[in-house]
Ligand binder design. Structure first.
Ligand SMILES: Cc1cc2nc3c(=O)[nH]c(=O)nc-3n(C[C@H](O)[C@H](O)[C@H](O)COP(=O)(O)O)c2cc1C
Length: 196
């Protein structure tokens, strides 16, 4: 039975329309083109109190994040390089995933997770990509074979959100394909929706 899978994108910066958010939107658009249901947590949706294990998910933003992750069949994470690694905003959002440690599918278990990082240079972008993939491992997810590092010194985005670099666009699309493909294969794809 064919099924519709849900892909959730998390990341960007506090600034709506940030470069990381634009790259994330391109990735999600490709996942949608491939038949996935997609949703985005970015900008103000990422702004939540610092994670405190004693408090749990004590904000509407954190509660939405956890609900979306719990329902996801695949994920995409996106972060700018801040001082050589994942931004505090994105890392704090991911820290909240600790609240999903229980149940049959704790954290990112069984889900493919595409990672993309944006930096003003290669060193920060690549290191941030590696850090994101490390977080995915820690959360028991499956980083896609392809991760994408975007260097804003050589790659830009137009006002309509399109990327000026065809190779980066192709990489984001390939990563989206890997997330969707794995979501269809994984037993963790729980949303079994017949496609007519
Ligand atoms: C606080 C801060 C720290 C940054 N540190 C780095 C860094 O270490 N390496 C790097 O390549 N870019 C760094 N940048 C640049 C951002 O990664 C880059 O501008 C961003 O990814 C582009 O996204 P934007 O559209 O939000 O500006 C930093 C930017 C800020 C605001």
């Amino acid at each position: 039975m064919a099924r519709t899978v849900k892909v959730v994108g998390i990341g960007g910066s506090a600034r709506p329309g940030s470069t990381a958010e634009r790259a994330l939107r391109i990735t999600l658009a490709e996942a949608e083109r491939l038949g996935a249901h997609v949703s985005l947590i970015s900008g103000a949706d990422l702004a939540m109190p610092l994670y405190d294990p004693r408090e749990g998910a004590n904000s509407p933003q954190a509660q939405r994040l956890l609900a979306e992750v719990a329902a996801a069949d695949g994920l995409v994470l996106a972060s700018p390089a801040y001082h050589g690694t994942v931004s505090g905003l994105v890392k704090n959002a991911l820290d909240h995933v600790e609240e999903l440690r229980g149940g049959d599918h704790p954290y990112f278990t069984g889900r493919a997770v595409g990672c993309l990082a944006v930096g003003m240079g290669w060193q920060g972008a690549v290191n941030t990509l590696t850090a994101l993939r490390g977080v995915v491992h820690a959360l028991r997810g499956w980083p896609t074979p392809l991760g994408v590092a975007v260097n804003t010194e050589s790659t830009g985005f137009g006002p309509d959100g399109t990327c000026t670099d065809d190779r980066v666009t192709a990489q984001l699309a390939a990563m989206a394909g890997q997330v969707v493909d794995f979501a269809h294969r994984s037993p963790a794809a729980r949303e079994l929706t017949p496609v007519t």
